[in-house]
Design a protein around this ligand. Structure first.
Ligand SMILES: [Fe+2]
Length: 279
């Protein structure tokens, strides 16, 4: 077994509009993605892979996917996307025809081998609906894919969180058949992380005995309204992405998730002077 850690950057909920259009009349999601791509390209050590966990575009339209592809063109890292509720399966399949989708039509699931890791991308899109659901064929495929190895650590990615995150209007549109997913995750201890999006803010819980995250967005965040105090709202909070690092080790190794803010910040500054004393 190699001693090399593997780094997977996760970006989520890009909501790309047609050129010149703002999301909700207010958020320049294209500029936000440009800044995100710059941050990904500059990050050292370079991530080994990038997963885009849904809502790549906003409406969806073919023009939006064309715009998205132009904005993603400068990425110097391999990447793959999964659909969210704002995506269109057929439009997305047409936009990224090189992707290794598991099915020739329908759900855009993918299993990607990355060194000693397996990344499993699950399509929770329900046509015409904001909530998520894993179709029977996707669940069967997931179970069979996980059963194909007992030793390779696997990270699962899907758009819709399979848990109540406390933000009422988002909880109504989470993964509705989370119990089906939990049953499969429990059967396969090689699953080391369940990473999601949809809520545009960093969130962590345990799901079926595994760490389960929501990735922040490069643009706007869903308002942190934990008691139905306000109508469904968003806020433009500091943008960020997630960096999941898998470290080899005993058993399945372990995964550490860092939140990486996007932007230019003061520093880094050394703690110590050339004399070795604290500055
Ligand atoms: Fe979403």
């Amino acid at each position: 077994m190699s001693n090399k850690p593997l780094r997977i950057a996760q970006i989520s909920d890009l909501h790309i509009k047609s050129p010149g259009q703002l999301a909700y009349g207010r958020v320049d999601t294209a500029k936000a993605l440009e800044r995100c791509v710059t941050a990904l390209n500059k990050f050292r050590p370079a991530p080994d892979f990038v997963v885009i966990s849904g809502d790549l575009v906003d409406t969806p339209t073919i023009e939006e996917y064309d715009h998205l592809k132009r904005l993603l063109a400068p990425i110097k890292l391999p990447f793959a996307g999964i659909p969210g509720n704002h995506d269109g399966r057929e439009m997305m399949r047409a936009a990224f025809p090189q992707a290794g989708y598991a099915f020739p039509a329908g759900a855009l699931n993918q299993a990607i081998e990355l060194g000693e890791l397996e990344l499993i991308l699950l399509d929770s899109h329900v046509p015409g609906k904001p909530h998520g659901e894993l179709e029977a064929a996707t669940l069967q495929w997931l179970d069979a894919t996980l059963a194909a190895s007992a030793s390779r650590p696997a990270l699962l990615f899907l758009h819709h969180p399979p848990f109540i995150a406390g933000i009422w209007h988002m909880d109504r549109q989470n993964l509705h058949n989370a119990g089906d997913l939990a049953e499969i995750v429990r059967r396969h201890p090689r699953v080391q992380l369940v990473a999601t999006g949809h809520v545009h803010r960093a969130t962590l819980t345990m799901f079926a005995g595994v760490a389960c995250t929501i990735c922040p967005a490069p643009n706007h965040a869903v308002d942190l309204d934990l008691d139905q105090l306000r109508a469904p709202s968003f806020k433009v909070e500091p943008p960020a992405f997630h960096l999941h690092t898998w470290y080899p080790g005993e058993g399945f190794g372990h995964v550490v998730t860092h939140q990486v803010p996007i932007g230019t910040f003061d520093g880094p500054h050394p703690f110590f002077g050339t004399d070795g004393k604290l500055l």
